[in-house]
Design a protein around this ligand. Structure first.
Ligand code: COA
Length: 254
């Protein structure tokens, strides 16, 4: 893996081997995110397919299209290789549980709080992890939205409607990524409407959560947004109990 040079935004730096350990610099919780271009890395990731479990293989087999099936397998190889490095075990030894709404959790005996989130879109996959309770990640690739006004209505909250609405495809996709990351952190995913999420600042600016309807959970939210490759939107959301958070992004190269 080659680390991307530090970026002058909220996401920077590079993950290292067992670096999911909380870094003591200022007691910050360090969230690592690793982005994979599945096509560029197909050769090295294909070796990791041997580590997938029965459930992952069965889910892959349900894809009718061969290219979707292949990308699913490569993305899950990337997931296992990243998490095994983070927690220090063999990729095939990782065991996952899922919540009723499908949020995966790594089964660990260490008792250390550890959370991860996983997303794939087109040729890209991202794995984000850290020593925290709730983390959400979403990656979206740039594409044309056929009915941007309808999508805008579907994802903007009533509070956001009082501001000028964004109608171009790329703005909407970036806002979608941030909101999906928040809803993946809560574990609700799209079972909850994105209109329940209000942002007071949105990409390309650093996103800020204004309100998550009815959210009276402890701690506060930290969000990050980056475009690590042209046309790739990557959003991270973390809820912490008031510890500072540092986001580190690595783009896997080999
Ligand atoms: C979470 C969700 C938004 C992901 O949508 P998606 O378009 O597939 O987006 P991504 O690629 O970004 O994320 C997929 C990954 O999110 C994770 N995930 C699945 N459900 C999740 C949830 N409720 N919360 C957080 N993460 C979840 C999984 O790791 C999944 O990858 P996998 O299926 O390959 O293991 C969507 O699956 C959802 O809304 N699920 C919850 C509600 C629901 O309808 N569940 C149906 C089962 S009861």
């Amino acid at each position: 893996m080659r680390a991307r040079p530090a970026m002058a935004s909220a996401l920077m730096g590079a993950a290292s081997g067992d670096s999911c350990r909380r870094q003591q610099a200022g007691g910050a919780i360090v969230i690592h995110a690793r982005l994979f271009d599945l096509e560029c890395l197909a050769g090295s990731l294909a070796r990791g397919e041997a580590f997938l479990d029965r459930g992952e293989r069965d889910r892959a087999a349900r894809f009718c299209k061969a290219d979707l099936r292949r990308r699913y397998l490569l993305a899950h190889a990337a997931l296992r290789m990243t998490l095994s490095e983070a927690v220090g075990c063999h990729p095939a030894e990782l065991s996952f549980e899922r919540s009723a709404l499908g949020k995966p959790r790594l089964v660990l005996n260490s008792g250390v709080p550890f959370s991860f989130s996983f997303s794939h879109s087109g040729a890209y996959a991202v794995v984000a992890y850290g020593e925290c309770r709730d983390i959400g990640a979403d990656v979206e690739v740039r594409r044309k939205i056929d009915r941007p006004r309808a999508l805008s209505e579907a994802i903007m909250s009533p509070r956001e409607h009082s501001c000028p609405l964004q109608h171009d495809s790329w703005s909407l996709i970036r806002i979608w990524a941030v909101k999906e990351a928040i809803l993946k952190a809560t574990g609700e995913g799209l079972s909850r409407s994105m209109t329940d999420v209000s942002l007071s600042a949105a990409p390309p600016n650093a996103p800020i959560l204004d309100q998550l309807e009815g959210d009276d959970g402890p701690g506060s939210w930290r969000l990050a947004f980056e475009e690590p490759e042209p046309g790739v939107a990557l959003a991270l959301a973390v809820r912490t109990e008031d510890a500072p958070v540092e986001f580190h992004l690595e783009v896997a190269r080999s």
